[in-house]
Design a protein around this ligand. Structure first.
Ligand SMILES: Cc1cc2nc3c(=O)[nH]c(=O)nc-3n(C[C@H](O)[C@H](O)[C@H](O)COP(=O)(O)O)c2cc1C
Length: 194
């Protein structure tokens, strides 16, 4: 705990800018800097894909952002103006999440490939969502920003669905993507008290 507090203070005088020897440096190797990220199942209109690069962006209005690679079919749908849903599934559905993340919706209907998950229609936006999800954001497309290989799709969260009693922090186990083919799940909850 003391070391956490120490980091909140400005560095003492005379600290070297780059600690020589203790860090290695890399360029162009984003996977080596990969930290665990909850992998969600995003449906862009009717098309599901796995997405690890997603985040809340604003509280009021509640905005949510996902990064879509340009080679994905979902990118084309988003470019055409599609709404989307962000579906948070527990770890037990990892197989279907990986299926969504390894097939393309313009070549196959992924809903026929899934083992355990089923689609339902969103209530406020024109997209499907996943019946087995514990938490779902229905997002109306708000902003679409193009970068060299990904685009940022930002949606206004119009409605949040959640399964009562299933989101307790001490219980819920989401699939954490660790980069490449590695996954993990949170095993224990720690309470931090100051
Ligand atoms: C664990 C995991 C995380 C992924 N994260 C993203 C992501 O953040 N953004 C993205 O565009 N694709 C991501 N993908 C890849 C897409 O899910 C994958 O390319 C999918 O086949 C695209 O489907 P589509 O062509 O039907 O859109 C991820 C895949 C996996 C397995």
């Amino acid at each position: 705990m003391d070391s956490l507090k120490a980091h909140a203070l400005p560095p003492p005088e005379g600290v070297c800018p780059a600690p020589q020897g203790s860090f290695k440096t890399l360029e162009d190797a984003y996977f080596l800097g990969y930290v665990p990220r909850v992998v969600s199942l995003v449906c862009v209109k009717d098309n599901p894909l796995a997405v690890a690069w997603h985040m809340p962006l604003n509280k009021k209005p509640f905005l949510y952002a996902v990064a879509l690679a340009k080679e994905n079919h979902s990118h084309l749908l988003a470019q055409e103006g599609a709404d989307f849903t962000v579906n948070f599934l527990p770890f037990e559905y990892l197989w279907d999440i990986i299926t969504a993340g390894s097939h393309h919706g313009n070549q196959e209907n992924k809903w026929d490939l899934f083992k355990d998950i089923k689609p339902v229609k969103a209530l406020k936006v024109d997209a499907l969502m996943v019946d087995q999800a514990l938490l779902i954001y229905e997002c109306k497309r708000e902003v679409f920003i193009s970068f060299p290989d990904h685009s940022l799709l930002v949606g206004k969260v119009e409605l949040i669905h959640y399964k009562r009693g299933r989101l307790k922090v001490s219980k819920v186990k989401y699939p954490l993507h660790m980069g490449k083919n590695y996954f993990s799940k949170n095993s224990r909850t720690y309470i931090y008290k100051r």
